[in-house]
Design a protein around this ligand. Structure first.
Ligand SMILES: Cc1cc2nc3c(=O)[nH]c(=O)nc-3n(C[C@H](O)[C@H](O)[C@H](O)COP(=O)(O)OP(=O)(O)OC[C@H]3O[C@@H](n4cnc5c(N)ncnc54)[C@H](O)[C@@H]3O)c2cc1C
Length: 400
């Protein structure tokens, strides 16, 4: 490594995207410095659910999901207009046949620790304040401040990966705007402590929630995901329609919860957190995901699935692709040869995901934002396990 660099690769943000990138890079022998603004453990607004494709990413990083704290799901229970159906995760050989839940409070810390154990250097309470560029506009580092000091410090590396989440501050600071045609959902969740789901092996999803105030169908869905720690994660979210406007998620949440079965014990006495909401940037909203020394992974590149609102698995998968690309790029001398390799990262993302996201963006715009998931879970479909199985594979991206 040239003396002026602090690392071969800088990764900004130690969420699932950044920590996974650091794991893969460190395992490949790359000197990687991971910068995180918060201290662990910390909360992150999320549903905490992983479908089998996301679980696969954990397994390939060597995370032991049989240890306490993880909770397996064998499928989903779908609710719509008085009907319900259980659907198992498919057994297709390519992915695990189970999903997982774990609160992000634990999950993110575990993954960041795993990155360190793999050889990455982690600096927490280090907030990146902006990119550092050379005279050609190429990103060659970042400035950051540490807790207790306003004095900015510069960290330099020939390649920088932004994994700073939905705020996408690093991308924005380089003038990299989100594609406004892609969907942007919002969702809210709260934890409850209840033993009503102690033996439950399913993720619960509702397609028939009504928006408070308007009475229209929520342009999304509600979820209840049981966790291993005796709590459940209850939440709802949707893609606002540009004409119908935003849904009042808090009021809709209150209305929904008052209608859930009383024996589930989901009320003020069992609340275990405030109701918190956040944005879900979807549909590959910044492309191509590489520009002038900077790669984007996870929410910073809008990688949340427009089909399901999942983004953890996508963040980890993109991190693996980015790490592979960067490891190869570092074998080339800086210049056109290295650039050629780095430009392969968005190509590989497109090869795996473009069709899935493109179709998903259209469905989110034309169907989910207007009618929610209700039309899909209609009476005919809810009577056909085979059709629901096909939909599950499509939604959770389990066929390719
Ligand atoms: C309500 C809700 C429910 C959801 N439910 C699910 C679900 O059940 N399953 C699922 O798969 N996905 C879910 N998602 C989406 C999922 O949370 C995200 O897609 C996922 O967290 C993306 O990971 P990431 O690493 O890209 O970003 P993040 O998890 O946001 O991590 C970004 C990291 O960067 C750090 N950071 C930010 N700025 C800086 C800076 N300037 N300097 C240093 N560090 C910085 C942050 O502190 C953070 O640690 C949900 C989202 C919401 C809002």
């Amino acid at each position: 490594m040239a003396a002026e660099y602090d690392a071969q690769v800088l990764v900004i943000g130690a969420g699932p995207a950044g920590s996974s990138a650091a794991v893969h890079l460190a395992r490949a022998g790359v000197d990687v410095l991971l910068l995180e603004k918060d201290a662990f453990p910390r909360d992150k607004v999320c549903g905490d659910g992983l479908t089998p494709r996301g679980v696969h990413q954990l397994l390939r990083m060597g995370i032991d999901t049989t240890t306490p704290g993880w909770r397996r799901s064998r499928g989903m229970r779908l609710y719509c207009d008085g009907r319900q159906m259980d659907v198992e995760w498919p057994t297709i050989g390519r992915y695990p046949d189970f999903g997982l839940t774990r609160s992000r409070h634990d999950f993110d810390e575990l993954l960041a620790n795993h990155a360190q154990a793999s050889g990455a250097r982690l600096l927490t309470e280090t907030k990146v304040t902006g990119p550092v560029t050379d005279t050609t506009g190429r990103v060659v580092g970042v400035t950051a401040t540490s807790r207790g000091s306003d004095e900015p410090v510069t960290y330099r590396a020939p390649i920088v990966i932004a994994a700073d989440g939905a705020s996408a501050r690093t991308a924005l600071a380089t003038g990299w705007q989100r594609d406004p045609r892609t969907p942007l959902a919002t969702a809210a969740r709260r934890y409850y402590r209840t033993d009503a789901f102690a033996k439950d092996e399913l993720l619960h999803l509702w397609a028939d929630l009504s928006c408070a105030g308007t009475g229209g169908t929520l342009p999304g869905y509600g979820w209840l995901f049981p966790l291993a720690d005796g709590r459940v994660n209850l939440g709802l979210g949707g893609v606002p329609h540009h004409q119908h406007g935003n849904t009042d998620l808090r009021a809709t949440f209150r209305q929904w919860i008052s209608r859930l079965p009383a024996h589930w014990n989901l009320d003020e006495t069992t609340e275990d957190s405030p109701l918190r909401s956040a944005a879900l940037p979807m549909g590959l909203n910044r492309r191509p995901q590489y520009r002038r020394g900077l790669l984007l992974i996870g929410d910073s590149a809008g990688m949340v699935s427009p089909w399901t609102g999942e983004g953890i698995g996508q963040a980890m998968e993109a991190a693996a692709i980015a790490a592979d690309t960067v490891t190869l790029a570092l074998t080339r001398t800086p210049g056109p040869g290295r650039e050629q390799v780095l430009r392969n990262y968005p190509n590989e993302v497109d090869r795996r995901w473009n069709r899935y996201y493109k179709l998903g963006n259209t469905v989110a715009e034309q169907v989910f934002s207007r009618f929610g998931y209700r039309p899909l879970l209609n009476r005919h479909l809810m009577n056909s396990p085979a059709a629901v199985g096909v939909l599950t594979r499509l939604f959770a991206h389990l066929s390719s």
